[in-house]
Design a protein around this ligand. Structure first.
Ligand SMILES: *Cc1c(COP(=O)(O)O)cnc(C)c1O
Length: 400
């Protein structure tokens, strides 16, 4: 590996060469079932023909203009996101961290617009992950994010995950917002119950706080609905999204209700590249794929992601029973799936990779399965077979 790349990532030495549907190929031509999915980014697998065509067409038309002129593709994407969600206003970014950072700026802007308010602080949760900007690491719930980068941006109060009494007790006269991932991704696929989310919404309403949801990982169809908060019927005031919107092309977004969105005035915030024509064209193509057809739940009827996710979790549950010396449990919603491990998660991930399947690690000794939203029963069966084989490999290695 070149010494000229900063060593920010604990990389394995698989060299990614090309992708095709749900499979990634390395430089030696080995094929991997890709349940890493670019960490919940490649929502339509690799080189989906609709996305490839959109990219080609827009590349020959207009890549970048500037946000000081109108970008029709961006306007159309904002209209569609608002029509399909709680939001009244959208701001486009290039990444999840950039979206979280602006979401946090909006909390301050909202309370600074009320001259008598002392509110500005944000409560977040242990093990949360909100990205890598200075504010995002301060909001994150793991000390390793901030270690060596002190002083930490002030204004963040942490409470244990799911501890409603601690949350209520942490709300003070300066508290302005509660920030959460409806399902913690990096933290190990830990889910706020619908009941908890309703209580948190009620606390926010009672104290006049903003509810900020980080749906960078859970958003854009990953859990079977456009956004994970829809499962609980609990709406945020501000939401950050990114990973799935561009399905591999960099684009993120901050969504907000009118009372927040209307406080954004010309010159108060910006992004040179955010929502550029190329990114917005791809965002619109992703919306086409997400909203047409049977992918997401509609009202009472379940969509493909919910059904195939339930099948995947049922297959995993069988493996947890069969390999109860290695595996602990199955968690998640839709195709945001966690496999709790009794053995070290990274050693099982290596065994899986050796058998031709890629997965993502998560906190609390969990393996994340983040397949494309378009997997079918055959991919689920293949994943279950590879997992069983990898578990047998681990047993054999332990016995040797
Ligand atoms: C990935 C992620 C982020 C950060 O997104 P980047 O695009 O890497 O900056 C923030 N929050 C959550 C929940 C994420 O999963």
């Amino acid at each position: 590996m070149t010494p000229h790349l900063m060593k920010a990532f604990p990389r394995t030495d698989l060299e990614a060469e090309r992708g095709e549907g749900c499979y990634l190929f390395d430089r030696q031509g080995r094929r991997y079932l890709d349940f890493l999915g670019g960490v919940a980014v490649n929502a339509f697998g690799h080189c989906h023909p609709v996305l490839v065509n959109t990219l080609r067409e827009q590349a020959g038309k207009l890549w970048h203009a500037s946000n000081i002129i109108r970008i029709p593709e961006q306007e159309r994407l904002a209209d569609r996101i608002c029509a399909a969600s709680f939001a009244d206003g959208v701001f486009f970014t290039n990444s999840g961290s950039e979206a979280i950072d602006f979401a946090l700026k909006l909390v301050r802007r909202y309370f600074r617009s009320q001259p008598s308010s002392q509110r500005w602080r944000v409560i977040s949760f242990a093990d949360a992950f909100h990205g890598r900007s200075m504010a995002a690491i301060a909001a994150g719930g793991q000390p390793k994010l901030t270690q060596g980068f002190e002083p930490v941006v002030p204004g963040f109060d942490k409470v244990p995950f799911g501890d409603m009494a601690a949350l209520a007790a942490a709300i003070g006269p300066e508290t302005g917002a509660i920030l959460l991932e409806p399902i913690q991704g990096e933290g190990g696929i830990r889910q706020f119950t619908a009941q908890m989310l309703r209580e948190i919404r009620a606390l926010c309403d009672q104290h006049g706080l903003l509810l900020v949801m980080d749906e960078v990982q859970t958003g854009f169809g990953r859990t079977g609905k456009l956004f994970a908060h829809e499962h609980a019927g609990v709406m945020p005031d501000i939401l950050a999204a990114a990973k799935g919107i561009g399905a591999g092309y960099p684009i993120g977004a901050v969504l907000a209700t009118a009372k927040v969105a209307e406080l954004v005035t010309p010159g108060s915030h910006g992004s040179t590249l955010g929502g550029a024509p190329l990114a917005s064209a791809i965002g619109n193509a992703v919306m086409d794929l997400l909203l047409d057809g049977d992918l997401l739940d509609r009202g009472a009827s379940t969509g493909h992601v919910t059904r195939i996710g339930a099948l995947l979790r049922a297959e995993l549950q069988k493996l947890v029973v069969e390999f109860d010396d290695l595996l602990l449990d199955v968690r998640g919603e839709g195709l945001l799936v966690g496999l709790g491990c009794k053995v070290e998660n990274r050693s099982l991930m290596t065994a899986l990779r050796d058998r031709g399947m890629l997965t993502a690690p998560a906190g609390n000794n969990v393996i994340r399965l983040l397949p494309p939203l378009i997997i079918d029963e055959n991919h689920v069966a293949e994943a279950a077979d590879i997992l069983a084989a990898a578990c047998r490999d681990m047993r054999a290695a332990a016995a040797a």
